[in-house]
Design a protein around this ligand. Sequence first.
Ligand code: FES
Length: 309
Amino acid sequence: MSTDAPVGHIGNEHHFPTHFTESGGIDFSGDQTTALTEVHLEEMRSIAARYPQPRSALLPMLHLVQSVEGRVTPAGVEACADVLGISAAEVSGVATFYTMYKRKPVGRHHVGVCTTALCAILGGDEVLAALQQHLGVGNDETTADGTITLEHIECNAACDYAPVMMVNWEFFDDVTPGSAVEVVDALREGREVVSSRGARISSWREAERVLAGFPDGRADEGPTAGEKSLLGLRIANERGWSAPDPRTAEAEPVEGPAASEAEAVGTGQPDGGRRGAAEKSSEDAEAAASGDQGTTESTRTSTDEGEAK
Ligand code: FES
């Protein structure tokens, strides 16, 4: 395992580990050989033709470059710039801004472990540490056999299944250090691996081609959303709840001192049967003062919602 990422240094006290082990831009000085062919350039043109403004195609085009080259190469940057009629600096600026674009070669599989707050609290840090130990690599490094690139990643909007691990951008939910190690072992041995949500795992490059806009015909494998993600919607359907119509709904008054102040100046308005939070807050305060707790509408509502959960 290599040492940690380079460290930025200001003054004598502050050290800032950077996310990227190579913190600079794309290196245009090294090997310029490329696997990109005229076929790929034509595919880039077909992507650009999908958009009213061709430069809007840059993001999927960079995914196409990665699907061919295994990373964003100088040749890939030049190709995108040439097709779109923009400068290499503009392409490079985009490619070095987003973390899904890689400046170092990625292995056959990209494994990302979420270490943002909720996943970290529920075990994401332990999962990442276990994989680093098991694979013998640090963050953003690839195993010697080229099969796994390991990276800690930010929230993937799957917090209801924390801690979450991604393999080639497919979800593995509620992972543990043990289950994560089993997954990477199966990937390294070339066994079939299926994500928690049903999709069979292909390679990172194949996934990148899908992100470029060339479907692999497997979009419908597995459910599109898990049960936990749909729970709130199911409860709302059972109880007949719906979101207020944004064209007619009034802004919900703020609770607390600001609401009291609004009432004091007479800005509270009837809301078609719904009572404002300020009114309920005021009644709750009166009920609490009189010892009559648990009888206000807002208290009953809270209890109902608690049972629903
Ligand atoms: S914090 Fe990990 S998916 Fe949101």
